[in-house]
Design a binder for this molecule. Structure first.
Ligand code: TNX
Length: 532
């Protein structure tokens, strides 16, 4: 009898204790967010995400429902929670997590406000894209092991406070060259997930080059069956069917990332020239090419069939492209006469417009007469071409090779990559300013930043990750965060603290000696994610 009373008493006490469990004090200012948000105010408490926590969205807000589902799915494997997403009239009044589209919050498509108290997490944005970027902040505020695919023990606490955040530049992207070496749909999806985690919003796919044509064009089938059959080094290549390509585009769109497809021309076209004799000046197909030289191929810019070909290709691609841009390359056309190059670009620009898209070209295209809504991509280390574009009132995407090329080696012993633009260590990759890089190209001329990964030396997803990480978070921050927030000394510490997260995300990153790599806690990994 006595024993029973004691047991009941003990139960009651523990119940009482449990229900009054004090939230753990946590300092939001000590969290290591990349990119750094605009403003952050800590309130020294925390929100505990438990199995009971629900995600609330406003009734009739389809966009927030989609992001809520993404968040629920993101945290499910490691927490074991399957949070219910509920539509209610006033999500902000509920205890739990609220995702709200509202006009009363900080403006801008990707801006968001995140308010965390002991009772609730309220994420507000004008647009679903803003909610999605805010969800990436929530993700980084959760313990790093949230990234694991296997069940972990909590607690899953978020430091309390208020974050107000918006991007500095509207265009923040990475490029993947799938032409030199082909990468399949699953690899591209992983690449998308990795850039999405750092709030990037553009994936530029370099789909064609001398070594391979990677996108199915139904009206010119030989481009892929023959032109896509090989790659650098001579191994089997590959290509995306239009359905597979759409799958990539949709996957990116669900992460509020725009895919910009590139068909490189008139140079870098050997794969097409090897597939169709009529595109060549001498009406003979070329041999497939598996080396890494550049600047030797050109479409015949005098033939009408060339423009019919381009019209067909751009037409099919435009139909697969919800984004507003198509990239036409235009770089290193050393085998094309200057005057032919100029008339070619002028004509191709019109073809792109006719298909209701805007043109992007590598800044070399500024030799032609650019329309004001075209964009030029700065890549050379000298700004001359980009300045020609600026003089035509054309905006610039900043990708200077000696700072922003993901295929430049970190140093002389780096096993992957090239170094024609120099070595780009992690500090060099981060330590520059987009708007001060080149005299004559200032903030109002620039849409943003893109870090291109050329594919001559990379064959596997591990190779991709080795060159991309840890430089990519830095490019993401250069594009997102305001200038006043940027300092290498401070950034390298934040980056070092991503170590655990990189590990749990199974990223094959380069352990640069410039970074003070640090473990944040003693969180035990119950089961490491399996290496692909
Ligand atoms: C130059 S950058 C190229 C690419 C190469 C790259 C290697 C540019 C517009 N063209 O064809 O892959 O260098 O770094």
């Amino acid at each position: 009898m006595n024993k029973r009373i004691l047991l009941i008493q003990a139960l009651l006490v523990s119940l009482l204790l449990f229900s009054c469990k004090k939230p753990t004090p946590k300092d939001l200012a000590k969290e290591n967010l990349i990119p750094q948000p605009d403003s952050l105010a800590a309130t020294d408490s925390s929100f505990d995400w438990t199995a009971k926590t629900k995600i609330y969205v406003q009734e009739k807000q389809e966009g927030s429902q989609q992001v809520a589902n993404y968040l629920a799915k993101l945290i499910a494997p490691s927490t074991g929670f399957t949070p219910e997403v509920k539509r209610v009239t006033n999500p902000a009044d509920k205890k739990g997590i609220a995702l709200i589209l509202s006009d009363d919050t900080i403006s801008g498509d990707e801006a968001y406000t995140l308010k965390i108290t002991e009772k609730r997490v309220v994420l507000e944005a004008h647009q679903p894209a803003g909610l999605f970027r805010g969800v990436q902040t929530i993700r980084q505020l959760l313990p790093a092991k949230i990234e694991l695919d296997s069940l972990q023990t909590g607690p899953w606490e978020l430091a309390s406070g208020i974050i107000k955040d918006s991007p500095n530049y509207q265009y923040r992207g990475a490029m993947l060259d799938v032409a030199r070496h082909f990468f399949g749909v699953e690899d591209v999806k992983r690449f998308i997930d990795l850039i999405a985690a750092y709030k990037m919003n553009v994936l530029h796919l370099h789909l064609t080059d001398d070594q391979g044509w990677r996108i199915e064009i139904k009206s010119w089938p030989n481009l892929t069956t023959h032109g896509g059959s090989t790659q650098v080094g001579g191994e089997k290549g590959g290509f995306y069917t239009q359905n597979q390509y759409s799958e990539i585009v949709n996957y990116a769109q669900e992460r509020f990332i725009t895919v910009i497809p590139e068909i490189d021309m008139p140079g870098h076209t050997n794969a097409a020239l090897a597939s169709y004799a009529c595109l060549n000046a001498n009406n003979k197909v070329t041999e497939l090419y598996t080396g890494t030289k550049v600047g030797f191929s050109t479409l015949d810019t005098d033939k009408e069939i060339t423009y019919k070909f381009i019209d067909d290709v751009i037409g099919e691609l435009a139909a697969l492209t919800p984004g507003e841009y198509i990239h036409i390359g235009g770089d290193e056309s050393n085998a094309t006469k200057k005057k032919d190059y100029i008339s070619f670009v002028n004509r191709v620009q019109k073809i792109v417009s006719r298909h209701k898209k805007k043109m992007i070209g590598w800044a070399d295209v500024a030799a032609a007469e650019l329309e004001e809504n075209s964009l030029a991509q700065f890549w050379q280390t000298k700004p001359d071409n980009a300045i020609k574009a600026v003089n035509q009132n054309v905006k610039i995407i900043m990708s200077p090779a000696n700072r922003a090329y993901l295929d430049m080696q970190y140093d002389s012993i780096c096993p992957l990559g090239l170094h024609w633009a120099g070595y780009v260590d992690v500090k060099k990759a981060y330590g520059w300013s987009i708007e001060n890089f080149a005299k004559g190209i200032s903030k109002e001329n620039i849409v943003g930043i893109e870090a291109p990964l050329w594919g001559e030396t990379i064959e596997t997803m591990d190779d991709i990750e080795y060159l991309v990480f840890p430089r990519l978070p830095g490019y993401a921050e250069l594009g997102w965060s305001k200038n006043t927030n940027k300092s290498w000394e401070e950034y390298k510490i934040r980056l070092g603290k991503q170590k655990e997260r990189f590990g749990y995300m199974n990223i094959n990153y380069y352990q640069s000696p410039l970074i003070p790599w640090a473990n944040r806690g003693n969180e035990k990994i119950i089961q490491q994610k399996e290496k692909k």
